[in-house]
Design a protein around this ligand. Structure first.
Ligand SMILES: [Ca+2]
Ligand SMILES: [Ca+2]
Ligand SMILES: [Ca+2]
Length: 320
């Protein structure tokens, strides 16, 4: 029988949230790595036209290496350069017609308090135009006061801070960057990230080797300020059910099944009645993006003996 610790779930959730998030600090901005753009939707003109240049820090020399895009993988190279949080690679937008349209898939920029979005630029401080919805605004880059390093090379990091209120939108899942200059003094965006964001809460089915019966599900997703409701399928022999929530996942053989949540630190048990367990998720923005593992358990009484039935797991992403 596994030990169930009825300690404070709120406390455990709240204290665990920051430990899990992977973040980076750039120019005083602390950013979750998942808050950066995830996909290059389109680039115009064609990257193979050499209007774009892929540039990256050379680890062994001072200065940069400039690499023109070449067929056939130019779009993918452009995407890997602008997507994510890596500032050691950036895109030179050398013609006025240059446009990059980016999509945010997991952490979607939203209009919160103050600035909501940041565009990082490398080297000289030029300007960039940003199109969101039907509105285009132009920003001059400002110094972040920091540099990015790779080996012996360093480059200045600049940024433009963007308030979605200036675009009249509540969310910006798609953002387009447009060059404002042409020639050598081109803008050099390296990354685009969200400072305020929406996260879609989700439950993701997981079942280790598949030996555990399936019978644990989410009725509602784990969103802050709401009740996260779960269900466990019971039988006529079931005498009790339990849901355990843990900081991490596991796959440990136990009593003919598998424990799918990490047991250290100890998981917490959700309150509830048989088959229905609920957790009120605190309305704390700091929980956004926190990830947990959960698993359903059942005790069945057959022929006078109790059997612990380990069910599938659900991996949780706390959203809003
Ligand atoms: Ca992202
Ligand atoms: Ca705002
Ligand atoms: Ca620049």
């Amino acid at each position: 029988m596994i030990a169930i610790r009825p300690c404070s779930i709120f406390l455990a959730l709240a204290s665990a949230s920051w430990g899990l998030a992977q973040s980076t600090t750039i120019g005083g901005l602390n950013m979750d790595l998942r808050s950066f753009a995830d996909e290059l939707v389109s680039a115009s003109p064609s990257p193979s036209s050499a209007a774009f240049r892929r540039e990256e820090l050379n680890p062994s020399q001072q200065g940069i290496v400039a690499t023109p895009f070449d067929l056939p993988a130019e779009f993918d190279l452009l995407e890997s350069t602008i997507i994510g949080s890596d500032l050691t690679k950036w895109v030179g937008m050398s013609q006025l017609q240059c446009q990059l349209t980016l999509a945010f898939l997991d952490f979607v920029p939203r209009d919160g308090s103050g600035d909501d979005l940041v565009v990082f630029d490398i080297g000289n401080m030029e300007s960039i135009a940003v199109e969101i919805g039907a509105t285009t605004q132009t920003y001059s880059f400002q110094s972040s006061g920091t540099t990015v390093s790779l080996g012996a090379s360093t480059a200045a990091v600049n940024y433009a801070l963007i308030d979605l209120a200036d675009f009249g939108v509540l969310e910006a899942p798609v953002v387009t960057l447009l060059a404002t200059t042409s020639g050598q003094l081109d803008s050099d965006p390296a990354a685009v990230g969200a400072l305020n964001f929406t996260v879609s809460s989700s439950c993701t089915f997981r079942n280790g080797s598949g030996i555990n019966p399936i019978g644990f599900d989410c009725q509602t997703p784990p969103a802050i300020g709401t009740a996260w409701n779960t269900t466990i399928v019971t039988t006529s022999e079931t005498v009790s059910t339990t849901v355990l929530v843990s900081l991490g996942s596991a796959q440990v053989p136990f009593l003919g099944g598998e424990i799918l949540v990490a047991l250290s630190p100890p998981p917490v048990a959700l309150p509830g009645v048989m088959g229905l367990h609920t957790l009120p998720v605190p309305n704390q923005p700091g929980l956004l993006g926190a990830e947990y593992a959960s698993q359903g358990f059942r005790i069945d009484l057959a022929g006078g003996s109790a059997t612990l039935v380990m069910l599938n797991a659900q991996d949780l992403l706390i959203g809003n």
